[in-house]
Design a protein around this ligand. Structure first.
Ligand SMILES: *[C@@H]1O[C@H](CO)[C@@H](O)[C@H](O)[C@H]1NC(C)=O
Ligand SMILES: *[C@@H]1O[C@H](CO)[C@@H](O)[C@H](O)[C@H]1NC(C)=O
Ligand SMILES: *[C@@H]1O[C@H](CO)[C@@H](O)[C@H](O)[C@H]1NC(C)=O
Ligand SMILES: *[C@@H]1O[C@H](CO)[C@@H](O)[C@H](O)[C@H]1NC(C)=O
Ligand SMILES: *[C@@H]1O[C@H](CO)[C@@H](O)[C@H](O)[C@H]1NC(C)=O
Ligand SMILES: *[C@@H]1O[C@H](CO)[C@@H](O)[C@H](O)[C@H]1NC(C)=O
Ligand SMILES: *[C@@H]1O[C@H](CO)[C@@H](O)[C@H](O)[C@H]1NC(C)=O
Ligand SMILES: *[C@@H]1O[C@H](CO)[C@@H](O)[C@H](O)[C@H]1NC(C)=O
Ligand SMILES: *[C@@H]1O[C@H](CO)[C@@H](O)[C@H](O)[C@H]1NC(C)=O
Length: 431
């Protein structure tokens, strides 16, 4: 029995050393930039280098955004005669290795893109049946990270496996390349739009997995993504997390308040935070959201990997799935206290109230200091409950509550959760 336990333990350790990386790679959500949402296929080496220098000059690198990812369309349409993916000879004329060297020299990690089928979503070579060859190419080119997409799926009579099997092939290639190079393994980011319940198995293979289709820069899209992921928060922890897709702050018709809600929800749900907008057009207002260091600190919490979760849906009954009106009241543990997110999903201002013990992370009979993570102010001490007045339409409140000792004596009711409240003498006083 003991030896079986030991063997299992060794196997788990081996897996951890490969996928879950004891050296910390992939332990926390990635912060950075991805080219797709702003540029689609209009990318070249100059754009990548100018994006890197903007991430620096705008202070985003200092804020923690240290990853620069190339999305689809960097390759030639055909592989080489020898079967390798080749970088576009015009747009990446200096070659990928030279580009990643320059990006690394600027202090960034850098990612590339491929697909688990015959072709990428934009029709460039996919990696099916070329997984190891392509991963070696990406490794030789100097990439640290691979976003792996799900277009152009081969016929069943060829694959004889499901979506898990096709991602397994690339995960195996990651292990093989890591073992031969002894470098850090290339981080896998699974992009398969929530098909096949990826939140149940994605952690075996990658540091993140997309759960929904592509984001659009409008409130309906944000509400839909938040609603869907509100039911999957338990899948997220260190080394593996729901990916809510790129940040669209200040883009499309998102208002300032909607952008703050977007950033708060993504960060506190521990999603990767990859900026997807044109940095040449970014406003100071948007930058101030992206650089909210108190919210980023929770996204990057070194001791708690869990996502926030809803404790009350608010305007709809608890557990209602409604893609326009997601849950409004959320909380989660952090290294410094309990964080709350209050989301006004209505299109008019509203006042949001909660009892502290509605959150499982709060101790009954204690009082809490309240830190507002958007105004960066101390907002007094909460006893039993907290009210946020006049939260703007589609706006957000983010609070960090810290235990500051026993609540004052004599507060009624005797139990903050009134159900079953009972005197020591056996008399039930609560409902
Ligand atoms: C690319 O491959 C296709 C299909 O194999 C072929 O028809 C086409 O001529 C090739 N294009 C170039 C530029 O080699
Ligand atoms: C902006 O908002 C409206 C809804 O008011 C929506 O129909 C439209 O498609 C939006 N999207 C963008 C990207 O402008
Ligand atoms: C990005 O912004 C710059 C500066 O406004 C503009 O010249 C460029 O066309 C934009 N690129 C895209 C793809 O929107
Ligand atoms: C944005 O902030 C920078 C740095 O603080 C400042 O130099 C610049 O004038 C601001 N731009 C606008 C449009 O306010
Ligand atoms: C979503 O919730 C809103 C607010 O309660 C409600 O008016 C709407 O009918 C719901 N939508 C669906 C599809 O249930
Ligand atoms: C908050 O607590 C009060 C007093 O115990 C109770 O009457 C009320 O129903 C609670 N509200 C919510 C939303 O839990
Ligand atoms: C909120 O808690 C205070 C005690 O701090 C209590 O007096 C008040 O009635 C509570 N409000 C509600 C609405 O439960
Ligand atoms: C916290 O206090 C600041 C400064 O007074 C205020 O602007 C903000 O609205 C308060 N936050 C909440 C949630 O009440
Ligand atoms: C038992 O507790 C109840 C509720 O606090 C109280 O009203 C009652 O007087 C107590 N009875 C005795 C015998 O102490």
């Amino acid at each position: 029995m003991r030896s079986i336990v030991n063997i299992l333990g060794a196997a788990v350790l081996l897996l951890r050393s490969v996928y879950a990386l004891d050296n910390g790679v992939g332990r926390l959500p990635v912060l950075g930039y991805n080219t797709w949402n702003a540029y689609q296929c209009n990318i070249d080496e100059d754009l990548l280098l100018s994006t890197a220098s903007l991430l620096k000059s705008l202070g985003l690198q200092d804020a923690g955004y240290n990853q620069l990812n190339i999305d689809d369309c960097y390759a030639e349409k055909n592989r080489s005669a020898g079967g390798d993916i080749i970088a576009d000879a015009v747009r990446f004329k200096g070659g990928m290795k030279s580009l990643t060297d320059q990006i690394h020299a600027l202090g960034f990690k850098t990612g590339i893109y491929s697909d688990s089928g015959w072709y990428t979503c934009a029709g460039y070579p996919g990696s099916y049946q070329n997984e190891l060859r392509d991963l070696k190419t990406f490794s030789d080119w100097g990439f640290d990270y691979l976003k792996y997409d799900n277009c152009a799926i081969p016929y069943d009579e060829i694959t004889r496996e499901g979506i898990v099997g096709r991602y397994q092939r690339m995960a195996d290639a990651v292990v093989q390349v890591q073992q031969s190079t002894k470098n850090n393994p290339i981080l896998l980011s699974l992009c398969e739009w929530g098909w096949s319940q990826v939140w149940l198995w994605g952690k075996q293979f990658g540091q993140s997995w997309r759960t929904t289709g592509d984001i659009a820069p409008e409130w309906n899209s944000l509400a839909n993504i938040i609603n869907f992921n509100s039911f999957l928060t338990q899948a997220t922890d260190f080394y593996g997390r729901n990916d809510l897709d790129m940040l669209q702050l200040g883009n499309g018709n998102l208002t300032f308040d909607e952008s703050k809600s977007h950033f708060t929800a993504w960060a506190l749900m521990k999603s990767p935070l990859l900026i997807g907008t044109n940095l040449s057009e970014i406003t100071n207002e948007t930058l101030s959201i992206l650089k909210n260091n108190e919210i980023l600190a929770i996204n990057q919490d070194p001791t708690v990997g869990a996502s926030i979760s809803p404790f009350r849906w608010g305007i709809n009954p608890d557990w209602t799935s409604n893609s326009s009106f997601p849950a409004q009241y959320w909380s989660g543990p952090t290294q410094d206290g309990t964080v709350f997110m209050l989301l006004n999903t209505l299109d008019k201002p509203s006042t949001l109230f909660f009892n502290l013990t509605e959150s499982p992370w709060i101790r009954a009979g204690r009082q809490y200091s309240v830190r507002d993570l958007w105004t960066h102010t101390e907002n007094g001490t909460a006893v039993r409950n907290f009210t946020a007045y006049d939260v703007p339409a589609h706006g957000v409140v983010a609070l960090l509550l810290k235990d500051v000792g026993d609540e004052p004596d004599g507060i009624y009711p005797q139990c903050s959760v009134w159900w079953q409240c009972t005197d020591k003498n056996g008399t039930r006083v609560g409902g």
